[in-house]
Design a protein around this ligand. Structure first.
Ligand code: CDP
Ligand code: CDP
Length: 227
């Protein structure tokens, strides 16, 4: 069977990446983190001193960079034009700039093209903001992960402090609130829940619980898709 997509969308730090990676492992599907793709374009733009207000330059950059994903032990390594930038992609400077870059239609067109090519190859779990609404509107499984702003900021703080980056809860809440607003209010492919998505509020759930729930939904849809 080809092209079975589990689409997972939701706001920042709702648990998309962790859930998607584990669900993909469990089901033996390919995992695609589309947020990492927008972060990679942002990294390249900052690295090359590209003006973030220059949409033409950003579009050209997005069409020309070479993105590679390599599965590691517990994470996926991301290479941009041959350089491993996995750790840098999560830095606050990238988080602060990424929504401006991802709002550029030419950047989105280039990324969506790549995402659809990967999705057409087989079974995959794809996570982002517009996967169930725009990239794969016919995906047989659509999940929208939600969680309170405070809980999401706590998660992000824990994640950053594990990597030695200390950021206050208030500052993180503000950063996440701003990014969610930009992502939800942009004209091209805003963050929103697909009408036919299943919403899972993870505020009081463990990772294991949310993974089990998504696996259950995906497994229920699999037999119908292979008929
Ligand atoms: O992990 P976190 O939720 O913080 O963010 P991410 O998934 O790495 O996404 C980073 C940014 O990329 C988002 O804030 C969006 O601006 C953009 N993005 C997007 O526009 N469309 C997607 N499908 C995925 C991410
Ligand atoms: O991809 P997204 O930004 O939506 O979230 P993530 O990177 O998967 O999750 C952010 C952090 O929250 C990770 O360190 C997860 O392990 C953690 N998390 C958690 O502690 N409990 C949950 N129920 C979900 C995520």
């Amino acid at each position: 069977m080809s092209g079975f997509v589990v689409a997972i969308d939701g706001p920042a730090a709702s648990g998309k990446s962790t859930t998607a990676r584990r669900v993909a492992d469990r089901l033996d599907f390919v995992y695609l983190d589309t947020g990492a793709m927008y972060r990679a374009v942002t990294w390249k733009a900052l690295e090359t001193g590209t003006d973030l207000g220059d949409q033409t330059a950003l579009g050209a950059l997005a069409s020309s960079i070479r993105l590679e994903f390599r599965s590691g032990e517990s994470e996926v390594r991301v290479l941009v034009d041959g350089e491993d930038v996995t750790e840098e992609l999560r830095e606050p400077r990238i988080s602060r700039a990424v929504s401006e870059v991802s709002s550029v239609p030419a950047v989105r067109r280039a990324m969506v093209r790549t995402q659809r090519n990967i999705g057409a190859e087989g079974r995959c779990v794809v996570e982002g903001r517009d996967i169930g609404t725009v990239v794969f509107p016919n995906a047989p499984v659509k999940i929208f992960l939600a969680a309170s702003l405070e809980e999401r900021a706590r998660r992000r703080r824990r994640e950053l402090s594990d990597r030695g980056v200390i950021q206050g809860l208030e500052a993180l809440m503000e950063e996440i609130r701003t990014r969610d607003a930009m992502d939800s209010e942009r004209e091209d492919s805003p963050l929103r829940q697909a009408e036919d998505a299943i919403v899972i509020d993870t505020t009081r759930m463990t990772i294991e619980e949310q993974v089990a729930e998504v696996v259950r939904v995906a497994q229920a849809a699999l037999p119908a898709a292979s008929e």
